[in-house]
Design a binder for this molecule. Structure first.
Ligand code: ADP
Ligand code: 5GP
Length: 217
């Protein structure tokens, strides 16, 4: 991508979404993908069994625990964590593919994984998604109807824990109206894209600009 005639390239950066389960990360990430063609979902590896309708390689790479642990031991995971009793991790390959495609890698991961990514990939942007209320969070988890009651309660208890980590994140979005939440993410991407530290070859561009100004002196 070029910025005017200065040739400032804007390299895409990974975007981390974290939130309590049910707050709407997946919905926001999907909304973003409908609007932009420069985002790629990070398909995680997990030992969780597939829910009805989930497809291997599309929603997750569903792995046995030994296979998952082998990937982790081989250094093929950028981060991994145990969440709600199952293992989840981001294949390193996902980031390489996004860089090759000149796209933002969108990661829907938990707070522990977010910490690891922020360490490993400092140019990542981190966004925490909050539900508008506790009742609405419970309603959304119930509405999804994908988990047994005990699992849903476990996720709500975990939500209480996760919410307290919000201040670690650079941005916070309240997902009340889905369209507005996706708007907010687009604004974050727009602002982050023009941060001076992200603009490669800024000094070359400034030198060219100064030369151009000098010609007019
Ligand atoms: P997460 O990925 O954070 O677990 P999901 O995106 O799966 O959450 O959303 C959980 C449920 O809430 C889904 O049924 C989804 O359709 C619904 N949902 C998401 N965002 C909104 C919203 N802004 N308003 C109403 N329902 C929503
Ligand atoms: P679910 O089972 O509902 O799909 O996901 C449960 C939780 O695991 C969510 O909070 C989700 O963000 C998190 N998660 C999904 N993939 C990853 C991953 O690759 N790494 C980490 N650390 N968490 C993940």
């Amino acid at each position: 991508m070029n910025e005017g005639h200065l040739g400032l390239s804007k390299p895409p950066f990974p975007i981390i979404f974290a939130a309590p389960s049910g707050a709407g990360k997946t919905s926001i990430a999907r909304g973003l993908r409908h609007r932009r063609n420069d985002v790629i979902f990070s398909v995680s590896a997990t030992t969780r069994p597939p829910r009805a309708g989930e497809r291997n390689g599309v929603d997750y790479h569903f792995l046995s625990e030994p296979d998952f642990r082998r990937m982790a031991a081989d250094g093929d995971l950028l981060e991994w964590a145990e969440v709600h009793g199952n293992l989840y991790g981001t294949p390193r390959r996902n980031l390489q593919d996004a860089v090759a495609a000149n796209s933002h890698l969108v990661l829907d991961i938990d707070v522990q994984g977010s910490r690891q990514i922020r360490q490993a990939v400092p140019d990542a942007v981190s966004i925490f998604v909050l539900p508008p209320s506790g009742n609405e969070l419970a309603r959304r988890l119930l509405g999804r109807g994908s988990e047994p009651e005990e699992d849903r309660r476990r996720r709500l208890r975990a939500a209480r824990e996760e919410i307290t980590a919000v201040a670690e994140f650079e941005y916070v979005i309240v997902n009340d109206d889905l369209d507005k939440a996706v708007d907010a993410v687009e604004h974050i991407i727009a602002a982050e894209s023009v941060r001076t530290r992200r603009l490669s070859v800024l000094s070359d561009a400034v030198a060219r600009l100064c030369a151009g100004v000098d010609e007019n002196l």
